[in-house]
Ligand binder design. Structure first.
Ligand SMILES: C[S@@+](CC[C@H](N)C(=O)[O-])C[C@H]1O[C@@H](n2cnc3c(N)ncnc32)[C@H](O)[C@@H]1O
Length: 557
């Protein structure tokens, strides 16, 4: 075997900034102290594949210098050792250091923080040249401020959320003097994850927690390509979907192909429809499910009408063999995210969720779901709530984003989802392995500021035999009975949360005292566990927040 491209650690892509189509296709995890399998020889020589023993988020060079300050928080890819204001002046560092972010201070002056320096070394900037030289940073700060101002105008935002915008909109002295404040950790995570996004030509990423007291931000490693465990790579290499087009043609029985249009820039050479027929189209022998072929139109949009998570769906994208450019409508996942999204802390139950800062059209691509591709029966413990299955491309595998992933790991469950996951057969080069990919597309138009929600559960999981479902109508029946009993019939559920096997609905009855909330907890039956259907009713005056988090913890053990 020629020189093996095996490193200790797989790292976020920094090799080809600005050229998304020749970036890393995947990282493959090879167990330590084990020889590289001969079947992996092709991977070892493929410049688009990184082979390594672990996935790491190294601290970028400009922040790695370090200083005497050691932050309380140890997060992957985030500089922990930083320089303080004293250290900076003792070493006479210039203000040309790389700018991390900017804010207005309470006097309306422009204040800036630097990469690898702590908050005590934030400086006021008077110079117009500063704005000219740091347009990128200013653009991100302005987008953040626009989002925060929109919260101030939002009738649904709570008083606490509005109050908390102050921390970001005008920096106060207290925060500057407290470099261990969680606020700075949020700022660091936003900066370092944005840096990885930018290498892939993707928009910035912000983490925001609009609460008086910030909660710990999420801790995970950030990746924009899938990391494949060795056993999963074996499965991929042996799978029919991984075969190169010509090989597939030789090994597939000729079938009559229904003529289909393609929006590919080069329709005569486009192979996508043939791949659909050879790999995924239902045959006379196939029984049961009827897989759906998702084809982008000339604008790169998918027809998401009638989206149902129990359907099998696959989108097929062009490879270089189709002879089209990187701008081809049928390479939408390859081009990646274009809308700026925010990871926002919602509440004690949902925790973090994704919100869009820009309108998204129905059928529009939102982002790729990245994480670790692993075998379903890998035997390793994982948080399955971050699993996405690959029923069409490789049913034995899942993508799990609990410890390594990208922003899509924050997609929350919605009873009325506005987005859906689409398995995506996509590789830039035909000689690359076909790493399973999953894209997130909008099911309906999504307005700026809205949460991006998917449905976690299939209908059979939500509807037990006793008729419990994540459906406001059925909750309404239950709640009216209870309110009749309380003498307050004119009520309506306001929110519905589903926590794993638990559904919670919060109701503010009109005839009850102000601030009184009623929480109904439903345990949803999930076959094969035929757990008894339980309803707890709590009437809490003033203390409702306490009850909410208390029972949440109780149910999670
Ligand atoms: C894929 S994660 C989503 C990200 C997660 N919220 C976080 O902060 O890391 C799935 C978990 O989010 C929470 N979650 C998501 N949507 C929810 C909802 N509608 N109601 C309650 N919890 C939700 C549940 O704890 C679930 O197990």
């Amino acid at each position: 075997m020629a020189a093996v491209n095996l490193t200790d650690e797989i790292v976020p892509d920094t090799r080809t900034p600005g050229q998304p189509l020749i970036r890393t296709a995947a990282g493959v995890l090879i167990p330590r102290n084990q020889p590289l399998k001969p079947e992996f020889a092709g991977l070892a020589n493929n410049p688009n594949i990184q082979l390594g023993h672990a996935y790491a988020n190294p601290i970028p060079a400009e922040a790695a210098l370090g200083g005497p300050f050691r932050s309380l928080y140890n997060y992957p890819g985030i500089a922990r050792r930083k320089m303080t204001a004293n250290e900076v002046s003792a070493n006479q560092y210039s203000h040309d250091w790389k700018v991390q972010s900017t804010y207005k201070n309470i006097y309306g002056q422009l204040l800036c923080t630097y990469v690898g320096w702590n908050s005590t070394a934030a400086f006021v900037q008077h110079n117009r040249n500063f704005i000219r030289r740091n347009r990128d940073v200013m653009r991100i700060s302005n987008a953040r401020d626009t989002y925060l101002r929109s919260i101030l105008q939002d009738p649904e935002a709570t008083d606490m959320m509005k109050r908390a915008t102050g921390k970001w909109l005008s920096m106060n002295l207290g925060l500057l003097e407290d470099p261990d404040h969680l606020f700075w950790l949020y700022e660091d995570i936003s900066y370092y994850h944005t840096k990885i996004q930018q290498v892939h030509d993707l928009p910035s990423l912000m983490y925001i927690c609009l609460r008086d007291n910030l909660v710990m931000p999420p801790k995970y490693k950030y990746t924009l390509f899938n990391i494949v465990e060795e056993a999963a790579m074996d499965t991929i290499l042996g799978s029919k979907t991984n075969k190169a087009f010509e090989e597939l043609q030789k090994s597939t029985k000729r079938r009559r192909m229904e003529a289909m249009e393609t929006s590919c820039e080069n329709p005569d050479q486009c192979q996508c429809n043939t791949i659909w027929h050879m790999l995924y189209a239902p045959t006379a022998q196939s029984s049961g499910s009827n897989p759906k072929y998702m084809r982008q139109n000339a604008d790169g949009l998918l027809d998401m009408r009638g989206f149902d998570i129990s359907d099998l769906r696959v989108a097929i994208e062009c490879s270089d063999q189709c002879g089209c450019s990187s701008a081809c409508p049928r390479r939408r996942c390859q081009r990646g995210q274009t809308k700026t999204l925010i990871v926002s802390y919602e509440n004690e139950i949902i925790e973090f969720a994704l919100r869009t800062t820009e309108p998204i059209l129905r059928g529009e691509f939102i982002a790729e779901y990245n994480g670790v591709v692993m075998k379903l029966d890998a035997g390793t413990r994982r948080d399955e709530s971050y699993d996405v299955s690959l029923n069409m491309i490789c049913p034995e595998l899942v993508i799990n984003s609990a410890s390594v992933g990208n922003l899509t790991r924050f997609l929350a469950h919605g009873c009325e989802p506005n987005a859906g996951l689409i398995e995506t057969h996509s590789r830039v080069k035909e000689e690359d392995p076909l790493i399973p990919r999953v894209s997130v597309y909008a099911i309906r138009d999504i307005a700026a500021g809205e949460k991006v929600l998917i449905s976690y559960y299939q209908q059979w999981q939500l509807e037990s035999k006793s008729g419990i479902s994540c459906n406001f109508d059925s909750f309404q029946i239950q709640t009216n009975i209870n309110f009749d009993f309380l003498g307050a019939a004119q009520t309506a559920p306001t929110t519905c949360h589903v926590i794993d096997s638990l559904a919670v609905t919060t109701i503010s009855p009109t005839k009850m005292q102000p601030f009184t909330q009623l929480y109904l907890f439903f345990v949803i039956r999930r076959p094969p566990l035929n757990a008894t259907f339980v309803i707890f009713v709590f009437i809490a005056t003033g203390l409702h927040r306490y009850h909410f988090s208390h029972y949440h913890r109780w149910f999670h053990g």
